[in-house]
Write a protein that binds this ligand. Structure first.
Ligand SMILES: Cc1cc2nc3c(=O)[nH]c(=O)nc-3n(C[C@H](O)[C@H](O)[C@H](O)COP(=O)(O)OP(=O)(O)OC[C@H]3O[C@@H](n4cnc5c(N)ncnc54)[C@H](O)[C@@H]3O)c2cc1C
Length: 427
C-alpha cells in the first residue's frame, strides 16, 4: 500500500485524498488551518455557520453534482431564480435580463445590442484556444465598443484586477461570462444554486468518507518542507515530525511552493513565483432587513471602491439577511493594510449609499475574512508558463486553482482537478 501525503484540505485536497483512498492508497492530509475547506470553509457568525466567502453554484458545475450524488445528498442542492442589479452613479437599476438591458438609460441601443450579442455568442462558444493569446479588455472592446466597455466593464476590471487589468487572458474572462450566462432557467431567469447547510455539507461528507476509508486529516499542522533525495520524494516535515511518504501531492497556493520544496529546479521556482495573485478582504454583514432584492449587485459609482456586492440570503434562505462586500486587492496595495474596523466602516457607508434609510440599527453583526491568494491572475497564454502537475521530481504532484485555467476558481473545478491528480497517480 503506497503512502501519500496531501498538502491542503481545501476541496481539491479532500477530493484527491478521497479518490486515492478509494483506489487503495494510504493517505494523510496536512492542513495549516484549524478546519477543512480552505476558501470554501465556514465560520461561526455569532451562532450562524456560513462560508467565509460567498459561494454559489452554476448549472454547469457537473463535477460537483457528481460528488453530491456519490454522497447521496443531491436533494440538498437547491436552485433559485436570482435577481441581479446594477448600482450606477447613485441609482439602482435592474440587470441581467433583456428588458433590464433595453431599459438601462446609460447606453445607446447599438451598444446594448452589441453587448447582448457578445454575451450570447460567449455562451455558445465551446473552444477557448482562439482566445488564449488574446487580451481580454481589447477582446471585449472589439465586440461591444468603447462606450459600453467604459460603462459596463472598465470599473469592474479596475477594481478586481488593478494593475493587471490590461493584461488578462480573454479565454479566462470568457469562461466566467459563459458559466454565469449558462446558469439560466430561461432567457428571462437566471438560476443559481446553493447547498443546504452551505459548502460545509459537502466538506463534512468528504471528511466522513475519508475517515471511513482510513484516511487521516491533520488540522493546524502545516507542512514546512517536502523532503527530496536524489530527485525523488521521500517524505514531509512538519513542526512535529518528519514522516516518510512514497508520494506527495501539493494543493496549497502556488506562491507557497518554492519555500516548501527548496530542491525544485530554478526554472520551476521562477515559474511558480511569477504567478501573481489577488487577495480578498470580505466584509460580511448580518442585517435585520434586506438591502435589496438582488443576489448580485454590480456597482459602478465614483464614491465606491468595490466592483459589486452579494446579498447571499437572496440565494440561500437564512435566519438573518447576509451581505458580502468583497474588496479584491493586490497584497502590496496600501489599502490591504487597513484594519478590519476601517473596512467595516467603509463598507457600511456603501450600504448607506445604496439604501438611503439604512442605518446602524439595521446591523446585527459584522465580520471580516481575508485570504491572500483568492485569485491567481491569468495573463494571455497563462498555462504555457506553468510547470506540469506531475513534477520532474519523482512522485511529486503540484497544483492549485491556476491549473484549471481557463476556468475561474470554483469548487466544481477544484474537485475535478483533485480527482484528475488521483487518476494521474494511479496511471
Ligand atoms: C471571495 C471568493 C468567492 C468565491 N466564490 C465562489 C463561488 O461562488 N462558487 C464557487 O464554486 N467557488 C467560489 N470560490 C472559489 C472556491 O472557494 C475555490 O475554488 C475552492 O475552494 C479552492 O479549493 P482548493 O482546495 O483548490 O484551494 P484552497 O481552498 O486554497 O485550499 C488550499 C489549502 O491549503 C492550505 N495550506 C496552505 N499552506 C499549507 C501548508 N504549508 N501545509 C498544509 N496546508 C496548507 C490552506 O490553508 C488551504 O486550506 C470563491 C473563492 C473566493 C475567495
Amino acid at each position: 500500500m503506497k503512502k501519500v501525503a496531501v498538502l491542503g484540505a481545501g476541496v481539491m485536497g479532500l477530493a484527491c485524498a478521497y479518490e486515492l483512498l478509494k483506489r487503495g492508497y494510504q493517505v494523510d492530509i496536512y492542513e495549516a488551518d484549524d478546519r477543512v475547506g480552505g476558501m470554501s470553509a465556514h465560520f461561526d457568525f455569532n451562532g450562524m455557520s456560513i462560508e467565509r466567502y460567498y459561494h454559489f453554484i452554476c448549472k454547469t458545475d457537473h463535477d460537483l453534482f457528481a460528488y453530491l450524488a456519490e454522497f447521496g445528498i443531491s436533494d440538498k442542492l437547491h436552485w433559485v431564480d436570482t435577481r441581479m442589479g446594477y448600482f450606477y452613479d447613485g441609482k439602482l437599476y435592474k440587470w441581467g435580463t433583456p428588458p433590464a438591458l433595453l431599459s438601462f438609460p446609460k447606453l445607446d441601443l447599438i451598444s446594448k445590442l452589441r453587448y447582448a450579442v457578445h454575451a450570447f455568442i460567449s455562451t455558445k462558444r465551446r473552444d477557448w484556444s482562439g482566445l488564449d493569446k488574446k487580451e481580454a479588455s481589447q477582446w471585449i472592446r472589439k465586440w461591444i465598443g468603447d462606450r459600453a466597455y467604459k460603462v459596463l466593464w472598465e470599473k469592474l476590471f479596475a477594481l478586481k484586477f488593478y494593475g493587471y487589468k490590461d493584461n488578462l487572458s480573454a479565454a479566462w474572462i470568457w469562461t466566467r461570462i459563459r458559466r454565469i450566462g449558462l446558469s439560466r432557467r430561461s432567457l428571462m431567469h437566471e438560476q443559481l444554486g446553493y447547498i443546504e447547510g452551505g459548502s460545509e455539507t459537502l466538506l463534512a461528507c468528504f471528511q466522513t468518507a475519508i475517515g471511513r476509508l482510513g484516511g487521516r486529516i491533520h488540522l493546524g499542522l502545516p507542512v514546512e518542507k517536502v523532503i527530496i533525495e536524489q530527485q525523488k520524494v521521500i517524505g514531509v516535515k512538519t513542526r512535529q515530525a518528519e514522516e516518510n511518504y512514497d508520494i506527495v501531492v501539493s494543493t496549497v497556493p502556488l506562491p507557497f511552493v518554492s519555500r516548501l520544496i527548496p530542491s525544485l529546479a530554478d526554472e520551476q521556482r521562477e515559474q511558480y513565483n511569477n504567478i501573481s495573485n489577488i487577495a480578498v478582504v470580505c466584509v460580511i454583514f448580518k442585517l435585520k432587513r434586506p438591502l435589496t432584492e438582488n443576489f448580485w449587485l454590480n456597482i459602478n459609482d465614483e464614491r465606491m471602491q468595490i466592483p459589486g456586492l452579494i446579498e447571499f440570503s437572496n440565494l440561500r434562505p437564512l435566519d438573518a439577511h447576509i451581505v458580502y462586500v468583497p474588496y479584491y486587492l493586490p497584497q502590496q496595495h496600501p489599502k490591504f493594510k487597513l484594519s478590519d474596523e476601517q473596512f467595516k466602516a467603509e463598507a457600511k457607508s456603501y450600504l448607506q449609499m445604496i439604501k438611503a434609510d439604512f442605518g446602524s440599527e439595521d446591523i446585527i453583526d459584522m465580520h471580516v475574512s481575508r485570504y491572500r491568494f483568492a485569485q491567481p491572475i491569468c495573463p494571455p497564454g497563462f498555462l504555457e508558463n506553468l510547470p506540469p502537475i506531475q513534477n520532474t521530481i519523482k512522485n511529486l504532484y503540484i497544483a492549485d486553482t491556476s491549473y484549471y485555467y481557463p476556468e475561474d476558481r470554483s469548487i466544481t473545478e477544484s474537485v475535478k482537478l483533485g480527482k484528475k491528480i488521483a487518476n494521474l497517480i494511479q496511471a
